[in-house]
Design a binder for this molecule. Structure first.
Ligand SMILES: [Zn+2]
Length: 179
């Protein structure tokens, strides 16, 4: 089913009905570095969050994927789209919590070493998608990233109040959103 939902027409590619385009990953990473130079990288997360939410809303409507089945499809789409291999490591529906591993993150590979995790768009997309599925505004923090020397990237999605506000990654990625 998944592969049937990847459509190529002249000048247009859609994945599950959503127009998508292929772009060299270094062009995206270059844009991200420019934004980081001005401390504006939060907007990548915010834009990803909005896109993730509207994409999953549309997918749910058009394909009638039942509730949380969409989560599995979402992981497959990410993997198909070339961001890396998305793996659901833990899921607690009652707590609206989900832990993802993004194995072999392409953004981190192109980005290289950083003082901070770099998969802002991916954590935004995840967060928006999960916020739609759990019908609650959630947040996402990448607490392991290949760019800071970890062997893989890990992203935790849950309600804002459940995060430890003294944690530096939490502060930087979701609390200091004032620019
Ligand atoms: Zn990462």
């Amino acid at each position: 089913m998944l592969h049937k939902q990847l459509k190529f027409e002249s000048g247009k590619i859609s994945i599950f009905g959503r127009p998508s385009f292929m772009l060299p990953s270094d062009s995206f990473v270059g844009l991200q570095k420019k934004l980081e130079g001005k401390n504006l990288e939060q907007w990548i997360y915010q834009a990803g969050k909005e896109a993730g939410e509207s994409w999953f809303k549309e997918m749910n409507r058009a394909y009638n994927l039942k509730g949380k089945d969409v989560i599995k499809w979402g992981s497959n789409i990410v993997t198909l789209a070339g961001w890396g291999e998305a793996i659901i490591e833990k899921r607690e529906d009652d707590n609206k919590l989900i832990l993802f591993e993004l194995r072999n993150s392409v953004v981190s590979e192109i980005y290289g070493a950083s003082k901070y995790p770099v998969d802002h768009l991916f954590r935004g997309l995840l967060c928006g998608a999960m916020s739609f599925i759990y019908k609650t505004d959630l947040e996402a923090v990448e607490f392991k990233c290949r760019s800071i020397g970890d062997s893989t990237c890990k992203i935790l999605v849950k309600p804002l109040k459940e995060f430890d506000s003294s944690n530096n990654f939490v502060k930087r990625q979701i609390l200091n959103l004032d620019n």
